[in-house]
Design a binder for this molecule. Sequence first.
Ligand code: KG4
Ligand code: ZN
Length: 338
Amino acid sequence: MGSPIVLGIESSCDETGAGLVRDGRLLGHAVASSMDEHARYGGVVPEIASRAHLHALRPAIRRALDRAGLRLSDVGAVAVTTGPGLSGALQVGVAGAKALAHALGVPLHGVHHLAGHVAADTLEHGPLPDPCVVLIVSGGHTSLLLVRDLARDPIVHLGDTLDDAAGECFDKVARVFGLPYPGGPAVDRAAREGDPRAVALPRPLTGPRDAPYAFSFSGLKTAAARWAEGYAGRELPVADGAAALQEAVADVLTRKAVAACRDHGVGTLVVVGGVAANSRVRSLAEERCRAAGIALRVPPPGLCTDNGAMIAAVGDLLVRAGAAPAPLDLSVDPSAPL
Ligand code: KG4
Ligand code: ZN
């Protein structure tokens, strides 16, 4: 008998994810997104997201099981995101996970969403080296972390954004540029045809006296918006703006992440979260890590954005580390600290 098959459930924002993991191996996963329903509002509407999770959860679990060639009765543990995220959205996943764990008579584990993003990489590249520096970049977070054993050791916070997250910056500037929601992938696509040198954008907090691992993206967002305003009445060269924005974000992120590795004598950088799907963030991280002799790990794009497999990956680590299961009155923690 190996370790149990862990079903992971994710519902913290606008993606309903279900994934199955055993012994660090991804068996199958499925993601349903309510993104299109939010598009006309230009951002995630919490009430719509909660209702969408309610409809999507059972089909997502069914699809993940089908892809893995498994039945529900094969599940030996359930893991679910408890936070951070939208309260109502989280509650749908947690209620579903509790019901399943209770009905199947299997243990339940609560998972921190960001631990999920970090663990996503293990499904592709195996266990994380101890220690490693993790750059987590999503719609809600931009942090540099020093990670040891995910199931046992506390994660050490090296730095955070002081204002907007990198993904938020992409999403908000995309809106000003007239690009569709979600902005990150739209900027990535538009940037392919653009010249990043055509627009001069700032590199916030990269001066010698600035906090080395802190980020700030709100000034960059304003600078990009000001540049766009300068085109009032004329056609905006969106591709150039997108390329310049992407270059500025990728430059700041990778510069600080490589410095964090160097300063702490760490040989591996792991980049995770939705913005890790960005093509320029990936290529510049590769270039700079190669030059600095640092090993780079980035999950495939489908495991960078929110999914259930990453939650199952943490559940699997917890189960194998012998962690105590959560009680059935486990509650959501929308603003869970790291
Ligand atoms: O991790 P994630 O799926 O959800 C959160 O936990 O926030 O990240 C979503 C964020 C959004 O801001 C989205 O615009 C951004 O990741 N994103 C991207 C790309 N794909 C997703 N940003 C830049 N380039 C991309 N290709
Ligand atoms: Zn996320």
